[in-house]
Design a protein around this ligand. Structure first.
Ligand code: UD1
Length: 352
C-alpha cells in the first residue's frame, strides 16, 4: 500500500489479523512511499494504530510510468528475497497495481480487497489500475453485489469472487466514537474535497468547479470547508472565494467528526462518497460517473458533472436529503469475512 485511502482500508484488515488471527497469519506491511507527507501517511498509521511498515520503498511522486515502475521493481525485490504465501492489495491506486503485478509475475497469489469496482471511464488512472489488478488476482473481495456482478460479467470464476462487504463501513462503525473535530472547523455546513486528475490537472477547470461550489454555497446561505489535497494546494493558494475556506488535509478521525457536523458533502473522492453515506450525509459527486452506483441509485448521492449549472442544481437538490443507513455494504464485519476466506482458501489448497 502507499496512498491515504489504502491505509484506511488496511487498518480494518490489520486489526482483524492482530485481534483474531495472530497465531495463524503473519502480516508484513510494505509501504511504497506514494504518499509521504505526514498528513497523508504517517498520521493515519498513528491514528488508526496500523502496524509500522516492515518495508518502505520511498518512491515518492512522479509520472504514472516512473512511479509505478519504481514500485514494481521495489516490490519484486522484496518478494524475491522473502517467502510470502500471498500479497494483499487494496483499492485502485498505482501502489495497488504495482503490488498486484509484481506478485503475479513471481507467482505469489494476489488477494484484492475492493475488487470489481468499475467507472467504465478509462481516462481515470484508477480505472486501469482496478481492472488490471482484478485480472492479476487469485481471490477477489467485492464490497457490494454490484461489484461482484461486474466481475462475474467479466468471466471471473465464481469460487474466486467473494461478496465481503466494505471494510470502510467496518471502520466508520469502529471509529465513530473516536471522531475528533479539527481546530480549523468553524461550523461550516458543506465539506468539499477535490483531487481527481480530470478535475485538478487544469487550473481553469479547478477554478470553474470551485466557483460553482462557491455559488451553490452562497445560494444556500452555507459556508464550505475545503480540505485541500497537496496536488492542488499551490493552485488553490492563488484563488479566493467568498464562501470557501481552504484547510489542510483532514485526518481520519477529523473527517468522521466533520461528517457528523456538516449538512452536505461535495467531492470527487470515492472513499468520501461512502463515508458520507455511512455517516448519513448526502453527497454531490463532482464527476460524471461513479463506481459506487448504489449510493446514487438510492438517492443519497447525485452525479453533478463539472458544469456550473449542474453543480449548483445538484447542491440545491441534495441540501435537504437525509440518507437512510446503508444495507448494501455489508454488516460492518467485512474484514473478518475477508481474512476468514483467505484462511479457508489456504486450508483447502493445502488439502489438495
Ligand atoms: C492517489 C491515487 C488515487 C487516490 C488518492 C488519494 C493513483 C493514480 N491515484 O491520487 O486513486 O484516490 O491517491 O489521495 O494512484 N503529493 C504530496 N504529498 C504526498 C502525496 C502527494 O505533495 O504525500 C502531491 C504531489 O505533488 C503529487 C501529487 O500530490 O505529485 C499527486 O499524488 P499521487 O499519489 O500521484 O496521486 P493522488 O492525487 O494523491
Amino acid at each position: 500500500m502507499g496512498a491515504r485511502p489504502q491505509f484506511i482500508k488496511a487498518a480494518a484488515i490489520s486489526h482483524t489479523i492482530r485481534d483474531l488471527y495472530s497465531g495463524q497469519i503473519q502480516e508484513d506491511i510494505l509501504h511504497t512511499g506514494q504518499h509521504y507527507d505526514d498528513a497523508m501517511s504517517a498520521r493515519f498509521f498513528r491514528e488508526l494504530d496500523i502496524p509500522a511498515p516492515r518495508y518502505n520503498l520511498g518512491v515518492g511522486s512522479g509520472s504514472h510510468g516512473a512511479q509505478t515502475a519504481a514500485m514494481l521493481r521495489g516490490v519484486e525485490e522484496v518478494l524475491l528475497s522473502e517467502h510470502y504465501d500471498a500479497v494483499l492489495v487494496y483499492g485502485d491506486t498505482n501502489s495497488t497495481l504495482a503490488g498486484a503485478l509484481a506478485a503475479a509475475k513471481v507467482n505469489v497469489p494476489v488477494m484484492h480487497v475492493e475488487a470489481g469496482l468499475r467507472s467504465y471511464n478509462r481516462a481515470m488512472p484508477e480505472e486501469l489500475n482496478r481492472v488490471l489488478t482484478d485480472h492479476a488476482s487469485t481471490l477477489l473481495f467485492a464490497p457490494t453485489e454490484a461489484a461482484k456482478e461486474n466481475l462475474c460479467r467479466e468471466g471471473f470464476a465464481h469460487d474466486k469472487v467473494f461478496l465481503s462487504g466494505d471494510v470502510m463501513l467496518d471502520n466508520v462503525r469502529r471509529y465513530a466514537s473516536s471522531a475528533m473535530l479539527p481546530d480549523c472547523y468553524e461550523g461550516e455546513q458543506i465539506l468539499l474535497t477535490l483531487h481527481r486528475n480530470l478535475n485538478t490537472d487544469e487550473d481553469k477547470r479547478l477554478k470553474a468547479i470551485l466557483s460553482s461550489v462557491d455559488m451553490a454555497a452562497g445560494r444556500l446561505g452555507a459556508n464550505v470547508m475545503f480540505a485541500v489535497h497537496p496536488r492542488v494546494a499551490k493552485a488553490v493558494e492563488s484563488m479566493m472565494f467568498d464562501n470557501i475556506k481552504p484547510v489542510p488535509p483532514l485526518s481520519y478521525h477529523e473527517t468522521l467528526a466533520v461528517l457528523q457536523k456538516v449538512r452536505l458533502v461535495m467531492t470527487d473522492s470515492g472513499g468520501l462518497q461512502k463515508e458520507s453515506f455511512f455517516s448519513g450525509r448526502p453527497c454531490v459527486v463532482l464527476r460524471t460517473e461513479t463506481e459506487w452506483t448504489e449510493i446514487v441509485d438510492c438517492g443519497a448521492a447525485i452525479l453533478a458533472g463539472g458544469e456550473e449549472w449542474s453543480i449548483v442544481a445538484a447542491a440545491e437538490r441534495m441540501w435537504s436529503v437525509k440518507p437512510v443507513p446503508p444495507s448494501q455494504f455489508g454488516d460492518g464485519r467485512a474484514a473478518e469475512q475477508i481474512v476468514a476466506s483467505i484462511l479457508h482458501h489456504y486450508h483447502n489448497e493445502s488439502m489438495l
